[in-house]
Design a protein around this ligand. Structure first.
Ligand code: SF4
Ligand code: SF4
Ligand code: SF4
Length: 377
């Protein structure tokens, strides 16, 4: 079948017909703000994967790029197997996707991590790329010569899931009401085709239940208009979950559409794989451009330039402040008069925050209590 993939700006081959759900679950992450505290990882772990056979599973993980990866080298493996990845000047991907490059009799380019690959969830943490030219060197340019960044990851509830395409039991389905991709545990026989097929390695095998399992998008919360555990517990307030529309239906007042389509500062990762993943990243402005181009495609240069100009854009600033301000799903937002508001699907206000926090400078010496407020009055 030929389906439309807006992230690579062209039609592509996929084993099933194009079908977009009524709503599509999506998360935007601002990678400039992640501190790798792993609170998201533990919030998911304690909620969903504390059972037998799930010990090694981190449906949400945070890895340090470029050297960290869980499972080990998942991204290098898939990029190498895919081969050349060319982009035309107009931003169209001219290479093959994992569906188009699949070997004869297979549906996707695939590989299976070994048991050892799953043993080190935080390998490479804080390992820095690049050379320090001189001891004590002052870094005053972007991108930095020395760099790393944290990449939080969940299942991307892809528009064209490779896990679903590869399952011979048709046990994997995408929900019409929110686009969340689930594995029907009663149909799954644990063949592991989804584990091999998912290029992001977000489907995992449970040796006790002998079935495959994956991030469920926190669907019980989403059904009650509450954002997922890994989002509402994020310490850095770097995430916002909502529903994304395709570009031809984008709404400027929808927080996700605004960041992805209107401002075009949040990008899907490895769009060249062809899955139309629905987790989007604001790229880290200090990191190496060539690496980021490989990860986010040629759109990354424009996205970063626009992100750095947001200081003179009160609407975008207001939306960034709204990230992490409520546990409810925001369907709309408005920024006016120094105030940013988030709304539910009926237009009712969920949250209101000042775009700029008031700064109050206390007197160094409190005359009333006769006490110094600073160490150096
Ligand atoms: S990220 Fe992987 S597991 Fe999740 S929907 Fe996409 S292909 Fe399936
Ligand atoms: S959406 Fe829910 S299930 Fe998925 S990674 Fe986040 S907390 Fe875990
Ligand atoms: S909780 Fe937020 S800041 Fe902490 S590691 Fe996760 S995504 Fe990053």
């Amino acid at each position: 079948m030929s389906v439309k993939n807006w992230q690579i700006k062209r039609d592509m081959a996929y084993p099933y017909e194009e079908h977009r759900p009524k709503r599509q679950w999506a998360i935007v992450f601002d990678l400039n703000k992640c501190i790798a505290c792993q609170t998201c990882t533990l919030a998911c772990k304690t909620t969903w994967t504390s059972g037998k056979g799930q010990e090694y599973m981190f449906w949400n993980n945070v890895e340090t790029k470029p050297y960290g990866a869980y499972p080990m080298a998942w991204d290098l493996n898939v990029l190498e197997k895919l081969g050349r990845q060319d982009w035309a000047k107009n931003g169209t991907y001219s290479g093959k996707t994992i569906f188009e490059a699949a070997p004869a009799s297979e549906r996707v380019v695939h590989f299976a991590p070994t048991d050892e690959d799953w043993m080190y969830p935080n390998v490479g943490e804080d390992d820095c790329a690049g050379q320090l030219n001189a001891q004590g060197e002052y870094i005053d340019q972007l991108p930095h010569d020395q760099w790393f960044f944290y990449l939080p990851r969940t299942c991307a509830h892809c528009t064209y899931p490779a896990c679903l395409a590869a399952c011979p039991r048709k046990a994997i389905y995408k929900r019409e009401e929110d686009g969340i991709v689930l594995i029907d545990q009663s149909r799954c026989k644990g063949y592991g085709e989804c584990v091999r097929a998912c290029p992001y390695k977000k489907s995992m095998y449970n040796p006790i239940t002998r079935t495959s399992e994956k991030c469920v998008g926190c669907y019980p919360a989403v059904e009650q208009s509450i954002q997922p555990q890994c989002v509402v517990n994020c310490i850095g307030k770097i995430r916002v979950m909502g529903f994304i529309n395709p570009p031809w239906k984008a709404r400027k007042d929808n927080p996700i559409d605004y960041l992805v389509h209107e401002k075009q500062i949040a990008l899907p990762y490895y769009p060249q794989l062809g899955l139309e993943p629905n987790i989007y990243y604001i790229p880290p402005i200090h990191a190496d451009r060539a690496y980021l181009r490989q990860m986010f495609g040629p759109q990354v240069d424009g996205a970063m330039d626009r992100y750095r100009k947001l200081t003179s854009d009160p609407v975008a600033q207001g939306l960034l402040v709204l990230m992490g301000s409520t546990d409810r799903i925001m369907h709309g937002f408005k920024v006016d008069g120094g105030k940013a508001q988030g709304f539910d699907e009926f237009g009712k206000e969920l949250v209101s925050v000042p775009v700029t926090e008031n700064v109050i400078v206390r007197d160094a010496f409190d005359e009333t209590r006769k006490v110094a407020r600073n160490n150096t009055p």
